[in-house]
Design a protein around this ligand. Structure first.
Ligand SMILES: *Cc1c(COP(=O)(O)O)cnc(C)c1O
Length: 367
């Protein structure tokens, strides 16, 4: 059988290794496995959300409210926008897919940073579009400018991952705004704010206000997710915020009932417990300092991070792949970034206990 040729060059997304795999392959008991590979919230979600999910489970036979009225209302009031400015997806991943399928095609390519969220390229290639990446791995706005000038008219979608995954760097919002004022308004600019709660907590200069953005830039689609700060990765719920006409168009691509009855409830409740999120932010950055101190003590580099993970970069004598593999065999799952041409690993900041265990095992693997 022959398939759509755009699929030929497409790789599958390689997710962080699941706990189940380590249990199966290395015979480690599930309670001893520490997963620091997918930027999940190590503290789980708000207890209030857990209770709501349990209660809602008796309604599992019912389709969710497809209008997502209450969730859209919650998001609209949280961000000071209208319900018509909000679209909900099964993870913000799904909204990335909507955006790309709405705009990209073989004549309208996609521009992104050298090393950024892998799904931009994967969904992008499904549309047959050409992928353009900046030479620098981290976001460099002048390189974006240069590529926009060189490929004038040939770029339909531009991704800014703020702060960036998997490297963790952030950019000041004023610099982003200056850049956006120069971008052709016919280009859809996706501002992925998956880690915005973290960035805003650490450095207000890097906080993005979606309302201000979409008012000044009707070509911006802002993305947020419940998977990281809110601790609901398993619930698969994210959202897009944009100008009403743009959101209306994206809705044409949305499958019916695209999030579950339980995820809908979880997300609605999560928005009501901001204190939980603040608490997680405090602990995240307190624990991140321990990673920075450890890197300095052992003499390797790290990238200053505005997220819930940190990228550790090793010198030539040490191999990121070997280190990641030897940690895996001890039940600690981290992300090897060798596939991105970097001798580095990405580690999600865990609970204080998980991090202590990580340092202990890591030092044995590294030294
Ligand atoms: C985790 C993540 C997402 C989306 O995750 P979902 O679970 O699909 O909401 C989007 N962008 C980036 C950069 C991420 O790291």
């Amino acid at each position: 059988m022959t398939f759509n040729p755009v699929l030929d060059g497409l790789k599958n997304y390689e997710a962080g290794k699941p706990i189940e795999l380590v249990v199966r392959e290395y015979g480690i008991s599930p309670s001893d496995v520490i997963k620091l590979a997918s930027n999940e919230n190590p503290r789980g979600c708000s207890p209030r959300v857990l209770a709501a999910i349990q209660q809602e489970s008796t309604r599992a036979h019912l389709y969710p409210d497809d209008s997502m009225y209450e969730l859209k209302e919650g998001l609209a009031s949280r961000f000071g926008v209208g319900k018509e400015n909000v679209i909900v997806g099964a993870g913000s991943d799904q909204v990335i897919g909507f955006a790309l399928h709405a705009k990209a095609n073989p004549n309208q390519g996609i521009l992104m940073a050298g090393v950024t969220f892998a799904m931009y390229e994967i969904y992008g290639k499904q549309t047959g579009a050409t992928i353009f990446k900046t030479p620098s791995k981290m976001h460099n706005l002048n390189e974006f400018r240069a590529l926009l000038a060189t490929h004038k008219g040939a770029i339909g979608v531009l991704f800014l991952c703020l702060p960036n995954n998997p490297l963790g760097e952030g950019i000041d919002t004023e610099e982003i705004k200056t850049f956006l004022r120069e971008v052709d308004p016919n280009i859809l600019v996706v501002v992925d704010g998956a880690y915005q709660e973290y960035a805003a907590f650490k450095d207000p200069a890097k906080a993005i206000n979606p309302k201000a953005f979409i008012e000044e830039f009707p070509n911006v689609l802002y993305l947020g997710t419940f998977s990281k700060a809110y601790g609901l990765g398993g619930m698969r719920c994210g959202y897009g915020i944009g100008e009403a006409g743009l959101i209306h168009t994206l809705h044409k691509l949305r499958p019916p009932f695209n999030i579950t009855t339980l995820s809908l409830k979880a997300a609605i409740e999560a928005l009501k417990d901001e204190a939980f999120v603040t608490h997680c932010m405090e602990e995240n950055f307190r624990e991140m300092k321990r990673y920075e101190a450890e890197a300095k003590a052992l003499g390797f580099d790290f990238i200053e991070s505005y997220t819930n993970f940190i990228t550790l970069a090793f010198s030539e004598g040490k191999s990121a792949s070997t280190i990641a593999q030897s940690l895996l065999e001890k039940g600690i799952i981290i992300r090897d970034l060798s596939a991105y041409g970097m001798n580095a690993v990405r580690v999600t900041i865990g609970t204080p206990e998980q991090n202590s265990r990580f340092f202990e095992i890591f030092k044995r693997a590294y030294c």
